[in-house]
Design a protein around this ligand. Structure first.
Ligand SMILES: Nc1ncnc2c1ncn2[C@@H]1O[C@H](COP(=O)(O)OP(=O)(O)O)[C@@H](O)[C@H]1O
Ligand SMILES: O=C(O)C1=C[C@@H](OP(=O)(O)O)[C@@H](O)[C@H](O)C1
Ligand SMILES: [Mg+2]
Length: 176
């Protein structure tokens, strides 16, 4: 088994957290979610960090956690949607593991972020406008770091986990 870690990137609602868990399960790897790790390390939730320190404070904490978690081998890491914003994060993601960009169309992003009390960036203003603006800025950054781009529209989490497993973890010589 390839012990290189798998890093999932993509917009809010792409399914990074959900598919990451499934993927880790079927590949027998440890699952880690950077947002969850930030919450464990700080003892508070992400909306609280945004409220007290703004997005800038959250990005500093995210940067520190990613610098640490990307050094680990044999994990599936679900990142947050903004993990690719800082060049240092992109460098770590590219250099230290296999990066999977979970792509989702706007309608899917909208449907899957309907319940987003824990996503501060979607709490105010028009969710559709926000998702469009973020995606225009970030899509090129996701593509820049990706070893593999996976379309998530119309597929369930189990199918997607299998698809990624087949694409990345098939032992050499056993490809069909
Ligand atoms: N492929 C999928 N098909 C249908 N629903 C999905 C899919 N992936 C994720 N979801 C649902 O969308 C919501 C957001 O998923 P989540 O894993 O939190 O996304 P992310 O971590 O990328 O923001 C969750 O309610 C999850 O159950
Ligand atoms: O897109 C973003 O900037 C963010 C995405 C969130 O993670 P998910 O993509 O897992 O929802 C979380 O890190 C934070 O609310 C900011
Ligand atoms: Mg998530």
């Amino acid at each position: 088994m390839n012990r290189k870690s798998l890093f999932l990137v993509g917009p809010m609602g792409a399914g990074k957290t959900t598919i990451g868990k499934k993927l880790a399960e079927i590949c027998n790897l440890e699952f880690v979610d950077s947002d969850h790790e930030i919450e464990v390390r700080t003892g508070v939730d992400i909306p609280y960090i945004f409220e007290k320190e703004g997005e800038e404070g959250f990005r500093r904490r995210e940067q520190a956690v990613l610098a640490d978690l990307t050094t680990r081998s044999g994990i599936v890491l679900a990142t947050g949607g903004g993990a690719v914003l800082l060049p240092e994060n992109r460098a770590h993601l590219s250099a230290r593991g296999l990066v999977v960009y979970l792509h989702a169309g706007l309608e899917q992003q909208l449907a899957r972020t309907e319940r987003s009390e824990h996503r501060p960036l979607l709490m105010h203003g028009d969710r559709r406008e926000t998702l469009i603006r973020l995606f225009e800025h970030r899509d090129p950054l996701y593509r820049e770091v990706a070893d593999l781009v996976v379309e998530t529209d119309g597929k369930n989490a189990r199918q997607l986990a299998r698809e990624i497993q087949d694409a990345l973890l098939t032992p050499p010589g056993e490809e069909v």
